[in-house]
Every structure is written in structure tokens, then in C-alpha cells.
Ligand binder design. Sequence first.
Ligand code: FAD
Length: 426
Amino acid sequence: MNIQKEPFMDSSYLHQYARSADDSTLFDGAALTDKQRELIAKVDQYGVAWAERAFKHDREASFPIDNYKDLHEMGFLGLCVPERLGGLGADYRTYMLVASRIAYYCGSTANTFNMHNANSLWTADMVDEMELTDEQRASHERNRALHYGNMLQGKIYSQPFSEGSGAAAGKHPFGTIAKRQDGGWLINGKKIFASLSGSADYYGVLCTEDVPEPTYANTMFIAVPADAPGVSIVGDWDPLGMRGTVSRSLLFKDVFVPDTAEMMPQGVYIRAAARYPHMFMTLTPCYIGLAQAAYDFSVAYLRGEVEGVNVKRRMYPTKQVGIAQMYIKLQQAWALFHRVTSEFKAHPSRGERMRAYACQHTIMEYCAEIASAAVRVCGGQAMLKTFPLERMFRDSRCGALMLPWTSEICIDRLGHGLLYNEGERD
Ligand SMILES: Cc1cc2nc3c(=O)[nH]c(=O)nc-3n(C[C@H](O)[C@H](O)[C@H](O)COP(=O)(O)OP(=O)(O)OC[C@H]3O[C@@H](n4cnc5c(N)ncnc54)[C@H](O)[C@@H]3O)c2cc1C
């Protein structure tokens, strides 16, 4: 046997690189709390009705307003409002877990619920932990008490930031402008894909303060009342999937809002975004819940347990292989989801940030792959509109398109971020 003799390759680089192995090895998973289990159980009480309504909302491309009445009754419009301000006080991971179960029953409800909760999750503890002036803290306390009060009374908020430019991807300032006026702001601009258009009571708009040579740092987060003069909804809504989100375009023409419309003090949004990057993956629960639903439908279908199907198909080896492959992807996605949602914190490490991109990419792509496999594995009858699977198949394709972390952008950032340390360039 020809065994290589010294000198072997100098492997001392492993001293340094073992740190990246640490990053993958040394992880303590967070156990679910009683509160998280209770909130998920509450969703289960209502969810079947949402799954049944989903057929109609998908067919009509109409907003599932009755589900929001339920969410209000459940206290869930205040899910991420701190307990001291009357809400259920869900933190980031709790929100993510609960939202995944909502999506299990209705994708459009979970997709839009994300937009509603962005207005509370972003503005609660995360802002409290940031450095603010006394004046900023006082005005924020006053403003959010007002908005959280609205939510607790059943008002629905949305979060339109997309404009069809590079702004939503963080490339340049938002084109929607907030101009300072006595006692408030004058808003002008256009938002596309504004989920909940026509159903939200407030549009939580990301816009740019009207200053000379504005940058992304001049971003403002302002809640515009849907009935304010100058707000209009334009364009139609007849998309492939997530049809119940009703994401039409919004126009703002000289819309005056008072100072209390500020959801965050000036300049804080951009600091918060840099400090808490995991906030940009709050749509992952929607798509992992959907993937789980597509998988579970397939198991029930192959076992002959779905109403309207009386032939079992589980005995065919190809079906067994198909379901096993779907399950493997689903478990990979859940494993990343649990890990990454447990790692939420201010200023995560580079490894944690990279893992968040990997998580977003995995869930958005696997959701579409699992739903697509489900159609193939179940077969022709399963894709009739009497079953939810064909809707899940269409809904599942939308996750990868969500800015600012589309699947492509995640790959871009991973590719660069894994090979370059901070400040390095070639
Ligand atoms: C069902 C649904 C609901 C939605 N709801 C909302 C909502 O409530 N609020 C909201 O603000 N938006 C919402 N969106 C919009 C979504 O977040 C995106 O803004 C939208 O899908 C982008 O479409 P676009 O064609 O303008 O993308 P473009 O900006 O043209 O991008 C097209 C693709 O190019 C790639 N790309 C874009 N910029 C970059 C870059 N800088 N670097 C590398 N690659 C890039 C991305 O992969 C992207 O998918 C929703 C979208 C859908 C489908």
C-alpha cells in the first residue's frame, strides 16, 4: 500500500475554521413554551373554518374578512402587542410559530397577518431596546399606544413597502415621500402589491422624508388611515396565487397625516432593520405552514381519507417514495426554521445571518417543491378545484418572490457573505 509520507498538507487553518463548525454544532434548541402551545391550540379551534372559506376567497380573489373577525375575537389582532399595553405579548419566535399554524389552514390569511403584525412586532420591544432620545421615546410611547389600541379594537393594519423599484430590496430610498407639515406629514407616492388593500384600516407605509439628497437612512414608517382624503386603490387583482391577499396598488396624493401616524421615530426604521435582520423573514411561517398542509393533504389523500376520494393509493411503492421525499424536505425546512427562529436577537453573528438567508431560501423553494410533488404524487383527481391542493400549488410559488429577501437575493447574499469577511474585496 502506498501511504503518503510527510510532509502532509499543513492543516493549521482548521484551528480557525473549526469556529465555523462550532457555528453549526453548538446549538441549544429552544423548547416551546406553554404560551406558544396555547396560542397554537387556539388557532386549531378556528382553523378548519378558515380552510373551508379559502376555496371561495381563492375563486373570487377576495379578502378573508371573516377570518379577521375571528382573529379579532381571539385577541390575535393584538398578538404582538406587549401585554402591558393590552395585547398577547407574542415575541418573535412565538409569532413565527403561531403564524405557521395559521398558514396551515389558510395561506392568504397568514400572508396578510404577517403585514398586520409587522406594525406591532417591529414597534414594540425592538424599539424599546434601541437608543432613543427622551423625546423620541415619549412620542413613540404615545403613538404606539394609539395604534395598538386600534388593533385591539379590531382595526387591521397592512404594510405596503413595495414600489416596483429597487427600494424594497434596500437598494435606494423609497419613492413615496413624506413632507413635513405643521403637526404632521404630507404623503405622496405609489405602492404596489399592497396586501389587504381595501380591507385594512391603516396602511403602514414605508416612505422617505423629504430632505435634500435623501438616503435609505431617511426612511419613515407611517400609518396612513385608509379613509384619509387622497388615498386611492388602483389596478386589478387577478394573480396566480395568494389571491385572498388582494394586493392591489395604492396611490397617495397629498395625504395629510398627523404626527401620531409615525409608527417609529424618524431615523429609527433603518437602524432597526440593520440591528434585527431576522425581521425580514417573517413570511417564512406562511410558507412552511403551507408546505406542511400540502404534505398532510397528500398523506390523507393516499390513505383514502379525503372526502370525495374512495381509492387508497398508499400501497404503490412509487407513492411511498414520493411521500418520503416530500417528508425529508419538510423536515429539513422545519429544522432550519426552529433553529433560525431561536436565534433571533439584536446584532446576530455573521453565521446566524447567513443561516437566516439559508432558512428563507429553503422554506420558500421547498414549499413550492413540496406542493408540486404533492400534485404529482396524488395524481390528476387531486388537482381538481374541489380540493385545496391546486390552490396550495399556486400559493406556494409566491413565497420566493417576496422582497426584500427573494430566493435570488438570498443566494446573492449567501454567495458573497460566505466568501468575504466584512470589508474585504477583490
Ligand atoms: C401575494 C403577494 C403579496 C404581496 N404583499 C405585499 C405587501 O403586503 N407589501 C409589500 O410591500 N409587498 C408585497 N408583495 C410584493 C413583494 O414583496 C415584491 O415586492 C414583489 O413580488 C416584487 O415584484 P417585482 O416584479 O416588482 O420584483 P422586482 O423588484 O422587479 O424583482 C424581480 C426579481 O429580481 C430580483 N431582484 C430584485 N432586486 C434585486 C437586487 N437588488 N439584487 C438581486 N436580485 C434582485 C429578485 O429575485 C426579484 O424576485 C407581495 C407580493 C405577492 C406575490
